[in-house]
Design a protein around this ligand. Structure first.
Ligand SMILES: Cc1cc2nc3c(=O)[nH]c(=O)nc-3n(C[C@H](O)[C@H](O)[C@H](O)COP(=O)(O)OP(=O)(O)OC[C@H]3O[C@@H](n4cnc5c(N)ncnc54)[C@H](O)[C@@H]3O)c2cc1C
Length: 392
């Protein structure tokens, strides 16, 4: 055995912490701007400990909240660009049904964002998608741009293009310390790196990284049950692979919403999840899980019996993932209030994947001191009073 290797030391034009989908897209855009960029990841890649793993995520145009609605056309365009650059397909168009009680504000917001004049009633929806059932006082809106993003493949593609542009990705290297300054110093388990700008996109670990920088962000990591449900009659076209994606909003029995995607990961198993979970320490995500009560599974079983009667109401496969929620469900995309060359992207609250190409672009623009191409005012840290601790 040789002598232990010396810690790495190097200087870059930019450092990004976190090779999930947001940090990887920030690094991709920085490298495109000919910036010599280092992307640091604590785990060996690929890994399933954060928020970006798995084969599928929903994308859509229907967005009840204006800032996201305005960003989606740019996002669709940038996903297509990545497909072309990586020479691979990352998106399958399935369409998306948004369903909820007639008059529900979120359902109405989706209708407005699509410019649709009217909603589909229960009979119309049943004719079109017999696998989906509504109650008489419920309605649906159809988003024909909706579909599935191939998440793991997308993450690999954006990292491959980043490296092809000359970027450096170092995985299995955890950031331990950040020293602010005109030139920042980042200390990891294997090295010491310097750069004039830093992007922190560390998902559920963001609070731990920014606390020593005097920031207390109201980020709540949640463990999410990712559930797959078997078709009662395997291969039925409208329950399985050929079904649309869906989102259920405004239901009293599922107040945070339910969403589903056609069978993809496992043949004949449809992914249906509750859009909420249990508070978790990201380093101990699955602790105490065996045998513990899982109230969200009972909620999903009851939802499936009512709305998706062609599926068995017991999950066939269960996996885990993490959300990092803000109190208002909106992202954080901002400069550190005191150290303006530290940019933070966090709090994606379970809906950040589809927007990652735009999020990465905004993080890149903020870090270069440019006017962001979409307003980042709705994503400001200052909306949380007390986020900047007086100690600094
Ligand atoms: C089950 C599930 C379903 C979802 N469905 C959808 C959907 O349908 N549509 C949609 O748009 N969004 C969806 N999302 C949300 C979306 O996946 C997330 O918003 C997105 O993946 C967040 O990415 P991230 O890069 O912020 O976090 P992460 O992927 O967790 O990346 C952060 C990275 O930082 C690394 N890191 C942390 N600390 C350090 C450190 N000290 N040093 C080095 N590296 C560090 C972590 O290891 C991690 O790899 C879903 C999420 C889940 C969990």
């Amino acid at each position: 055995m040789g002598a232990p290797s010396q810690p790495h030391q190097a200087t870059y034009a930019a450092i990004v912490i976190g090779a999930g989908i947001q940090g990887s897209f920030a690094a991709y855009h920085l490298a495109q701007r000919h910036r010599d960029t280092l992307l640091l990841e604590q785990f060996l890649l690929p890994h399933s400990r954060g928020s970006s793993h798995g084969q599928s995520r929903i994308t859509r145009s229907a967005y009840p909240r204006a800032p996201y609605d305005r960003m989606m056309p740019d996002s669709f365009r940038l996903w297509q660009r990545l497909e072309a650059e990586a020479g691979t397909s990352l998106y399958r168009r399935t369409g998306l049904v948004v369903l909820g009680p007639v008059g529900d504000p979120e359902l109405e917001g989706c209708r407005r964002s699509l410019g649709a004049n009217r909603l589909l009633d229960a009979t119309e929806l049943a004719q079109r998608f017999p696998g989906l059932r509504l109650r008489a006082d419920e309605a649906a809106v159809w988003d024909d741009t909706g579909g599935v993003l191939f998440a793991d493949r997308a993450l690999r593609a954006v990292q491959d293009v980043f490296r092809r542009r000359g970027g450096t990705l170092r995985d299995g290297e955890k950031v331990l310390r950040i020293e602010p300054g005109a030139v920042l110093t980042v200390t990891t388990t294997a090295g010491l790196y310097r750069a004039p700008r830093l992007v922190i996109a560390a998902g559920a670990w963001t609070s731990a990284l920014v606390a020593p920088l005097g920031l207390r962000l109201p980020l709540q990591p949640l463990r999410i049950d990712v559930c797959y449900w078997r078709e009662k009659e395997p291969g039925s076209p409208d329950a399985g692979r050929a079904a649309p994606c869906f989102m259920a909003v405004g239901l009293s029995q599922a107040p945070h919403g339910v969403y589903g995607l056609p069978a993809l990961e496992y043949p004949g198993l449809v992914k249906v999840c509750y859009h909420h979970g249990s508070p978790a320490d990201p380093d101990k995500r699955d602790r105490g899980l065996l045998g513990a009560p899982r109230p969200n599974i009972a909620l999903l079983s009851s939802f499936i019996s009512s709305y998706l009667p062609r599926l068995e109401p017991r999950p066939a496969v269960m996996e885990s993932c993490l959300y990092t929620n803000t109190p208002d469900g909106d992202f954080i995309l901002d400069r550190h209030p005191k150290f303006s060359n530290i940019i933070i992207g966090a709090g994606f609250s379970g809906h950040g994947f589809k927007l990652a190409p735009v999020v990465g672009k905004l993080l890149c623009e903020l870090s270069l001191g440019e006017e962001p191409s979409h307003s980042t005012a709705p994503f400001a840290i200052t909306r949380f009073p007390g986020a900047l601790r007086a100690a600094l």
